[in-house]
Write a protein that binds this ligand. Structure first.
Ligand SMILES: [Zn+2]
Length: 385
């Protein structure tokens, strides 16, 4: 592949006009060049965005969402790398199911990817996975104690196992679960309140937040039904104020079919779709002056890469050529390629829009169109990211 030159306004710890030379990795950055790709006025090139928490579904759950539809939607949302959760059908927690899921991604993924194993039924430590996902029902298992000693990342859904009782879902259930876990490289996902953030950090864990736990005004129907639940306005405002302590922002994209979400409230499955919302939302917070631009790049590019332990999420020589190009624009959010087009985030006013997504040096999305780019497993040492 011939090296390409891209010219435009780049985020290089400050925003300045410059050129990047790249193939699948960044070769050099310099002031001038004859560009192959020129980024238009009003757009800025940022490091490729990363989502550490996505439910792509696929395999036997492809009727909800499949790898193609989810990853097309991901590139429309500026994501260059997504991490998939194991609670699929089949459940991913042994060598065979890990291989099965990875081969599906290998064929169909339009962006880079990684997968988590559930608490495993056999030793999968040497497999090319991002780490392990620990669900509330895993907290008391003997096998969980074993993986807490692993060098790999452990992502905890913080609720105690009683969480099935939806009328008994105070923040204490989230906080209590934090004391049931310990070890290195523990990451707490979708904190719903500021105490979860504070205690997680005090215990030496990293922590993320979703846009819906900040924005959606409570659980009103099947579309807004989610685990853990959305808190009241006071908790949500406190959560927003704790963003300086939060490490990452994730979508927890959890698609379901239209008929599943039209079941009676007691029966419909929990989960909010919105994989393409996080990145434009995060940059909107910067353009509105609510967060510093550096903080936003930390939340969606740099910190997730650090937590995952990969060389990613920077525009720097030697890093993989993944870019998220953002345009300042007032628009209302809507989904484009996902099978789960209905989301409570629909129509939300945003100030930033994804103009282009570059994955491994190739344009994966540009101005409304997705191009057939193949992503790689960033945890496979043989694949070049
Ligand atoms: Zn989830």
């Amino acid at each position: 592949m011939k090296n390409l030159w891209l010219k435009g306004k780049l985020y290089l710890d400050e925003i300045r006009e410059a050129c990047i030379e790249f193939d699948t990795t960044i070769k050099q950055i310099r002031a001038n060049c004859v560009p192959d790709v020129e980024i238009p006025e009003g757009t800025i090139v940022f490091p490729g965005a990363v989502d550490m928490h996505v439910h792509v579904r696929g395999m036997r759950l492809s009727y909800k969402e499949d790898v193609t539809s989810a990853t097309k939607e991901a590139t429309y949302g500026g994501l260059t790398l997504i991490m998939d959760m194991p609670n699929t059908s089949p459940y991913v927690n042994d060598r065979n199911t890990i291989k099965e899921k990875l081969s599906e991604f290998e064929y169909y993924s339009r962006c880079n990817y990684g997968i988590y194993s559930g608490v495993p039924r056999e030793d999968v430590e040497t497999m090319p996975i991002a780490g392990y996902k620990i669900f509330p029902e895993d907290l008391e298992k003997e096998e969980t104690k074993l993986i807490l000693k692993s060098e790999k990342l452990k992502v905890l859904h913080p609720e105690v196992p009683l969480y099935l009782f939806r009328n008994m879902r105070g923040t204490w259930m989230e906080l209590a679960s934090l004391y049931m876990i310990n070890g290195k490289r523990v990451h707490i996902t979708h904190a719903t309140n500021s105490e979860t953030v504070r205690i997680s950090k005090a215990m030496g864990f990293t922590v993320d937040v979703t846009p819906h736990h900040l924005l959606v005004p409570g659980e009103r129907d099947c579309l807004t039904k989610v685990n853990p639940p959305i808190r009241d306005i006071t908790e949500r405002s406190k959560l927003l104020s704790s963003i300086p302590q939060i490490d990452a922002m994730v979508s927890d994209h959890a698609p379901h079919s239209k008929w599943e979400k039209s079941l009676p409230y007691e029966l419909c499955p929990p989960g909010i779709a919105g994989i393409s919302f996080t990145v434009p939302f995060a940059y909107s917070l910067a353009f509105k002056g609510i967060l510093d631009l550096d903080r936003v790049v930390d939340l969606i590019s740099r910190n997730p890469s650090k937590i995952l332990g990969i060389k990613y999420g920077e525009i720097e020589k030697g890093y993989p050529a993944n870019f998220t190009v953002i345009r300042k624009e007032n628009w209302r959010y809507s989904t484009m390629f996902t099978k789960a087009g209905e989301t409570p985030l629909d129509n939300y006013p945003l100030d930033a829009r994804v103009y282009m997504t570059v994955v491994r040096g190739k344009i994966a999305y540009m101005d409304g169109e997705v191009l057939p780019v193949k992503g790689v497993n960033v945890f496979d040492k043989n694949s070049q990211r």
